[in-house]
Design a protein around this ligand. Structure first.
Ligand code: MRU
Length: 352
């Protein structure tokens, strides 16, 4: 089994439900869940059955198209009102990945641009737009992969954090895309190190799973082993994904990413963020303005353990993301080009 063959999320052929690969069950069980009610799609995003910024965007596009198709009216004004209610509900599923809001806003613009047409036609157009978001995500990831591949040398050791892999996108991933491109070109001497990524283990359960299944030389390390792995000279380059990038290049990604970047600076290792341009939020001046999701304490105290591994009643802090300051980032690889500091100028030059 090659994880590149798995669909993270798709719309069923008869367009009545979403088929979501349930990532909470990986790597032990490969199961696709079918969801048609908006509440169940909201829950799938919230519980990380579908996760990773680009995949959340793709899911949101399909979800709002599906929900819109179920609105029972021919009146464009009522259709629009109902669409906006559903959009607001979906947007409340998770706060940090901007792709959720980006995809929903794009779907709203599409809806408004065609409101002079019969509602039944608008519904079809929304499905087409959602499919376009998905298809574009594949080509965007591939382009990021090609630009990232150009930074690699034979024999390189690559460190990645969390899962910015094919499972986090429609295909290829962002941080993993250079590795898949290298494999396509016949390179077999890259070594990848995956941080396990506490508390939800996206590195162990997802990145290690997908790269190992693709036959890539993959080593799993606990998050607190990144330092010694760098000190031993095993890491030549770091690729991570991102959930939202501010105008100055500050980058929110999975909790622990900023620590990796600080270590990378200490050991003089280049640290690259792989970012579809839809993840760059030019409305935010710095990373301080990025909302950070706080998740349930049980993810830290109980999840994955046979029995609870923290005292009852202990206070838990469980921020799901942190912000890596732009000064720690060597480059941000977007599908439009590789951005070097100062990032605000680089983004402007690429028309982002
Ligand atoms: O909480 P998650 O699993 O959705 O967090 C995912 C990440 O932090 C990824 O690195 C990010 O979304 C980029 S995915 C290409």
């Amino acid at each position: 089994m090659d994880a590149l063959q798995l669909d993270t999320v798709r719309i069923s052929d008869d367009k009545t439900c979403l088929e979501i690969l349930d990532q909470t069950l990986l790597p032990n069980t490969i199961k696709v869940v079918k969801v048609s009610r908006l509440e169940d799609i909201w829950e799938a995003i919230r519980l990380l059955r579908v996760r990773g910024a680009p995949a959340i965007g793709v899911c949101a596009g399909y979800a709002i198209a599906l929900a819109a198709s179920q609105i029972d009216t021919d009146d464009p004004v009522r259709f629009c009102e109902e669409f906006l209610k559903q959009k607001a509900y979906l947007a409340s599923a998770r706060p940090t990945a901007v792709n959720l809001f980006w995809a929903l806003d794009r779907m709203e613009r599409t809806m408004r641009a065609h409101l002079d047409k019969p509602v039944s036609t608008v519904k079809e157009i929304l499905f087409t737009e959602a499919q376009a978001i998905r298809d574009e995500d594949v080509s965007i990831s591939r382009r990021i992969g090609e630009l990232g591949f150009a930074l690699l040398k034979h024999g390189d050791g690559i460190l990645t954090h969390c899962n910015a892999g094919t499972l986090a996108t429609a295909k290829y991933g962002t941080a993993t895309a250079p590795i898949y491109i290298a494999r396509e070109r016949g390179w077999s001497d890259l070594r990848v190190y995956c941080d396990e990524t506490r508390p939800l283990l996206q590195g162990a359960r997802l990145t290690a799973f997908e790269l190992h299944s693709a036959g890539i030389d993959t080593t799993l390390i606990c998050d607190n082993m990144a330092s010694i792995t760098m000190k031993r000279g095993l890491i030549d380059i770091i690729f991570v994904g991102c959930d939202r990038v501010a105008r100055n290049g500050d980058t929110a990604n999975k909790i622990g990413t900023s620590g990796v970047a600080i270590l990378a600076k200490h050991y003089g290792i280049p640290f690259y963020v792989c970012a579809p341009s839809s993840t760059i939020d030019m409305s935010l001046e710095t990373g301080d303005q990025i909302p950070i999701e706080e998740r349930p304490p049980e993810e830290v105290t109980e999840m994955w353990y046979a029995q609870r591994m923290a005292p009852e009643g202990i206070r838990v802090c469980n921020p799901a993301f942190d912000v890596t300051e732009h000064t720690l980032i060597t480059g941000i690889i977007t599908e439009k080009g590789l951005c070097r500091p100062p990032f605000d100028r680089a983004f402007a030059e690429l028309g982002i």
